[in-house]
Design a protein. Structure first.
Lengths: 167, 516
């Protein structure tokens, strides 16, 4: 006798398929449809978005291409441990024009939300990107020496635009 | 009007149409047999019709992808300690490689392997043939090419830029297409089943083949159209659905392997049912555990945390059911490698659930949020599911090719090596997460916070030992996998002949009443 032959039919395929779709619909309604139609996430969002010029936008696409978002976040969480990272926790308005949003899920490196406030000269950023270990001895950041100088300058221009303070 | 003749009446329009349709169908079938089949039969390797061909293709593909993925993961772990390694090559840069590794492990290794498990298990639990071996084999071949193309695109820097959903949209469409092909095959087989009731593996498979294409297609194809926080919400739904689908495939596989390998019936079908529905209900809700304290709505975080804790219910149901099934058969855990891996996998699954549930609590997120704790969770989950897949391969693969397994001893060694390796990775990464968070908090007392760029080195130095330990753990996992490959190759070449176990096809083709 097969170990699977049950006496009472626990569930038929229709019940399983229907129940699964129902569960998905409920979850979709509450966790996706309600929040994304909420104007607090887009039009009425608090927080000032970053602004970019063309060079900075090129740098942003390089930031995406090289997968910087795999190790760096761009969010100051509304919690004690992140309280030193920026003047205020990041709000939805900061990201309202950003697609992809580059919020990030893990920090192998520092948070970059307000990097422009604390960064030095563009040339110093380029030097750091070329060889991070020359600037910070124990850095585990990859070396971006394979990027051209123009690309590195665009990346630096993008990073300098990540400002939280006014002016 | 002429009187009606009794007994002979002219066919109604509907009857005439149905008769005509049947006639046309017969003619098409005749032409197919005459013209199409001979051509298809010329290519028995790429268009096989024998039972289990599709499953074999999938298992071999999955083994290859698993090897590639584990090596990539090992390389990533080494690069986090020695960033100079392979630094001049753009396509070996950490950011690109991380995305490619996730794609290989998710879509190449686990998904392909579990699809193979489904192609073998669904016929065996329904008592009928797989709906189409040819389409099944073609699905796997297409999927291999799709994953390869996706990995190449990620390595040359074509990424969607969303963490976890990096594959660009043409690849996403093709992956959804593969999922729909799998769904067609599985659902059509279940509809033609000879067993009246559905076994527990089939519940999980049926739910998974519905959840995965729906959530993946919506999340991936919609996410780039949304901005900012809304994009995070949409992609979180896709990530939760995909993870839920792959977990369901894994648990379903284990629910087949365990009773078959021990010869014991499932401990309790009612517990299995509770676990199944509690998982199907809760799993799609937890997408936002990636952004606790983040910019999205607070109630989303609260529901995600609540349902992340809720996941302990299905995990405990699986655990109780598996260990209950073994209560009179613990000796099988020594003699059968498959049982051993199911037991280990259920422990890792429970471990992953605890890490998800505990780690997503707000008080814990203050410390471990956005730290390597997330790697610990992913590794425990992928390790548990990988163990279920390895259990299936040890149980079914030798029977499919008609050989006895070459060596149980090698399997036992693989089990312990991989268990120790996975535990090393999981424990060291969860400690690294706590250390990183605590250093960040204690640094707040000083004038310049530690987590800012100039002083990030303090965190790097604090977590470096754990990353070095992780390399050792990852190396053990990869080494254990090579033992599996060796064992399987020796099974193919040197294994003693045994009977090929084919799906039992019940001969009487009586139609089954399908409950609505």
């Amino acid at each position: 006798m097969s170990p699977f032959r049950s006496e009472r039919g626990a569930a038929g395929p229709g019940a399983i398929a229907g129940g699964t779709i129902l569960c998905l619909l409920v979850a979709f309604f509450v966790t996706v449809l309600l929040p994304i139609t909420d104007s607090a996430n887009r039009d009425a969002a608090n927080g000032k978005p970053h602004t970019y010029d063309q060079v900075a936008l090129n740098g942003r696409s390089l930031y995406i291409r090289e997968g910087c978002f795999e190790c760096h976040t761009q969010q100051v969480r509304n919690t004690f441990s992140d309280s030193g990272l920026g003047p205020a926790p990041s709000e939805a308005g900061l990201y309202k024009n950003e697609a992809p949003n580059l919020i990030g899920v893990i920090r192998f490196g520092p948070d970059l939300t307000c990097f422009g406030d604390r960064a030095g000269e563009p040339a110093a950023i380029v030097r750091h990107l070329r060889n991070p270990e020359a600037v910070h001895h124990d850095s585990t950041m990859p070396h971006y020496s394979y990027l051209t100088t123009k690309e590195l300058q665009a990346l630096a221009a993008y990073l300098l635009r990540l400002r939280c303070k006014e002016g | 009007m002429p009187p009606k003749k009794r007994g002979v009446r002219p066919p109604t329009l509907g009857e005439a149409m149905r008769a005509r349709q049947a006639e046309m169908k017969a003619r098409v079938e005749k032409m197919r047999l005459r013209f199409v089949e001979p051509i298809l039969a010329r290519f028995p390797r790429i268009l096989p019709t024998k039972p289990d061909s599709a499953a074999k293709y999938a298992i071999v593909s999955s083994l290859v992808w698993f090897t590639v993925g584990l090596l990539m993961a090992l390389l990533l772990a080494v690069k986090l300690v020695f960033p100079r390694l392979l630094a001049p090559f753009p396509w070996m840069s950490f950011g690109r490689l991380a995305a490619a590794e996730a794609a290989v492990m998710t879509w190449g290794a686990l998904f392909t392997g579990f699809v193979g498990a489904m192609f073998a298990i669904v016929p065996r639990t329904t008592g009928t043939k797989l709906w189409s071996e040819r389409i099944g084999a073609q699905t796997i071949m297409l999927h291999d090419q799709v994953v390869l193309a996706g990995v190449v695109l990620l390595l040359i820097g074509r990424t969607q830029g969303i963490g976890g959903l990096e594959l660009p949209w043409p690849i996403d469409i093709l992956i959804v297409n593969v999922m729909l092909m799998v769904m067609q095959n599985v659902v059509a087989t279940i509809v033609r089943r000879r067993e009246r009731t559905l076994a527990p593996p089939l519940w999980y498979f049926l739910a998974a083949v519905i959840v995965m294409p729906v959530t993946y297609a919506f999340g991936n194809l919609a996410a780039p159209w949304y901005f900012g926080v809304n994009q995070q919400i949409v992609s979180g739904f896709a990530l939760a659905g995909t993870a839920a689908g792959i977990t369901m495939l894994g648990v379903g596989t284990a629910y087949y392997v365990l009773p078959k390998a021990t010869g014991q019936p499932i401990y309790s079908e009612r517990v299995a049912l509770v676990g199944f529905w509690s998982f199907v209900f809760a799993a799609p809700w937890i997408g936002q555990i990636q952004s606790i304290f983040g910019p999205s709505q607070d109630y989303l975080e609260t529901t995600a945390i609540a349902f992340a804790g809720w996941l302990l219910i299905p995990a405990l149901c699986v655990f109780v059911n598996f260990w209950g099934t073994l209560r009179d058969a613990w000796d099988k855990a020594i003699s059968e490698p498959a049982v051993k891996f199911v037991v280990g996998g259920s422990l890792f699954l429970l471990f992953a659930t605890v890490l998800i549930g505990v780690g997503s609590l707000r008080s814990m997120q203050d410390v471990v949020g956005l730290t390597p704790w997330g790697i610990a969770t992913e590794t425990a989950l992928a390790g548990g599911l990988g163990f279920f897949l390895v259990a299936f391969i040890y149980h079914q693969f030798p029977k499919m090719i008609g050989r006895a397994l070459h060596s149980t001893l090698l399997a036992t060694r693989q089990f312990w090596i991989q268990t120790i390796g996975l535990l090393t990775v999981v424990v060291s990464m969860s400690i690294a997460g706590v250390v990183q968070g605590d250093v960040q908090i204690s640094g707040l007392k000083s004038a310049a916070p530690v987590s800012l760029g100039n002083r990030w080195e303090i965190i790097t130095e604090a977590v470096r030992p754990y990353f070095i330990i992780r390399i050792a753990g990852g190396a053990l996992v990869a080494f254990g996998f090579f033992i599996l490959i060796t064992n399987l190759i020796r099974t193919v070449t040197l294994g003693a002949d045994a009977d090929v176990e084919l799906p039992v096809i019940e001969s009487e083709p009586e139609p089954v009443a399908v409950p609505a």
